[in-house]
Structures are given as C-alpha cells and as structure tokens.
Write a protein of this length. Structure first.
Length: 306
C-alpha cells in the first residue's frame, strides 16, 4: 500500500485545525519560528562545531554526578549556549518553580531579538533508543485510538481521520529538541524528529499487546515499507503517567530525524568540571563572582578561536 497522501498533510503547508480552542495564527507562527531557529543553530554548529562539542561534552560529563543530573543541567547549559553564541536570540530557563504553572512542556523560552517573539522549547536528554516526544497529560491519545477498536488498520480513510483529528494535530506543534547520547561510544547528536514527514508516510497502525519487556499495549505507526516511525503508549490508570504519550526511537526511526549537529559527534568527559562543581559547592559566593568573571572571559576568547 502506498503512503497516505493528502493536501492537508503536505509538510510545510498550512494545516487545517479542526478546533476552536487552538489559536491558528500563533501555532503556525511558532512552527515557522522553530524551523528558522533550527536552521540558524545548524548553520552555527556547522561553522563552529567546537562550540557545541565543548558544551555537550560538559553536559554529558554531568552523568558522572548522577544518571538524571545531566538532563536538568542540559536545560541550563543549552539556554546559556544560545545566550553566548547566538547573537540574534536570547534564552530564559523556565525553571522548576514554574513547572506546575506551565501551559506547555517547555524547559526554556527562546526570544528572537529581532521580532521579539517567544518560542517555548522542550529539551530532552535521552540515550540512543526510545525517546518520549510528548507526555499525554490529559490521557487523550491512547483512548482515542482505542475508540476505533482495531488491532491493525491499513485503511487510508481511518488513518486520515485519526491524523487530522485535533488530538493528533496538536502533536504537530511540539517544539522538542532531543540531545541524544551513546555513552558507551561517547558520541552524541542533536536530533529533531520530523513529525510532519512521518505523518505523511503513515500506511499502517498496529496495536501491539505483547513484546519484550512490555507491560502495557502500544499503537505503532508504520510506513509503507513496514518501518517503525512512532508510537502511542498506554494511558490508563495503571500506567506510569510520565510514560504516556507520543514516543519514537532514534535507532529504529532514523530516517525521520534531522540532525542539527550534522550527524554524530564525539565527546569526552571533563573531570576538571566535576572537581570545579565540588569546590564551588564548598566555597563562598565571593569566589563564585571571581570564577564567573574568569569563565566569561574564557567564553569570549573561545568565540574567536578559529
């Protein structure tokens, strides 16, 4: 069966939103802004790869402090990377204090210095493999798919109706930036999942109940070559709420990712950074001021190293 094609599904075109609850102009603008930001960041990295290699090396070094530490510090590090190296953007780390008040899944907010528009961005620091793109906080995705009552469908009309529903249309407007790492090989990648590209290629939706290590069923979306693209995980009461929502896999869905780092880059652990943090936690604020000045001076000189 050929891939599903429909004028409203063409990547880059205006998407018809079938709900009054969404602000069409705001969402369309945000997508355009995020795509523009990606292009600017990818160009910057291609011209000065040493900047992002340095930052990502320091971020993934934080795994030496704890398996979850690097994720939170990635938000701080990438926000500062934008402030230091992208002259036409500035970034604000939203912070955990605002978590319960956030309407989106953003970790940082990027501000275009020219247009003054604000772009919420969710950062994901994941190992190479399963990747959560969105948490289904309202538990709508899985129950919606269940309402069709199928184990497998290749019916283009059913697939068309599912992907045009506002529940799935909302997924088009996720601003997610995954920082992917392979710790064993010490390589990393900034990989953006192209949901629009995947969406136009959906040829089959399959409910999988059994599988290695699977406790709850999932709905898997496949292309016309039976290749995995993304999945919706179980959203019932017995499931971990943080595991719900839209997932993909950087190993199995590689054709549907765009790399902002132009492929995998190698990184190295920075043991001196671990020692610096240990000392900083035991030193006085006056020394932190002096250290900040030294670090800023180093960044400024780093910008002009060819």
């Amino acid at each position: 069966m050929s891939s599903l094609r429909h004028p409203e599904f063409i990547s880059g075109s205006k998407i018809v939103i079938l709900t009054k609850n969404l602000d069409q102009k705001r969402i369309t603008n945000n997508m355009t802004e995020y795509q523009e930001f990606q292009e600017r960041l990818k160009m910057l990295i291609s011209k000065n790869p040493q900047w992002i290699v340095n930052t990502l090396s320091n971020i993934f070094t934080m795994r030496l402090l704890g398996n979850k530490t690097h994720g939170d510090l990635a938000e701080v590090g990438i926000a500062e990377f934008i402030n230091q190296f992208m002259y036409d953007y500035k970034s604000i780390h939203v912070g955990k204090d605002l978590f319960r008040a956030k309407s989106n899944e953003e970790d940082i907010v990027i501000i275009n210095e020219i247009t003054k528009s604000k772009l919420p961005l969710s950062l994901k620091a994941y190992g190479h493999g399963p990747l959560q793109l969105s948490t289904d906080k309202e538990c709508r995705l899985y129950p919606y798919l269940e309402s069709f009552n199928f184990l497998l469908t290749e019916d283009s009309t059913i697939i068309h109706n599912i992907l045009l529903d506002p529940i799935f249309q909302n997924l088009t407007y996720l601003n997610v930036m995954p920082l992917i790492y392979d710790e064993k090989a010490q390589k990393c990648n900034i990989m953006i999942f192209d949901y629009n590209k995947a969406k136009v290629s959906v040829a089959k939706i399959e409910k999988r109940v059994e599988g290695k290590g699977r406790t709850h069923p999932v709905y898997v979306f496949l292309d016309d070559q039976n290749r995995y693209m993304f999945e919706v995980r179980y959203g019932g009461k017995s499931a971990n709420a943080l595991q719900r929502g839209l997932w993909t896999n950087t190993k199995n869905a590689g054709d549907y990712f765009n790399s902002l780092t132009n492929g995998w880059i190698t990184y190295a652990h920075n043991i001196d950074l671990v020692k610096l943090i240990a000392l900083a936690l035991n030193s006085r604020s006056e020394s932190h001021v002096q250290a900040n000045n030294i670090l800023q001076s180093d960044i400024d000189s780093f910008k002009y190293v060819s």
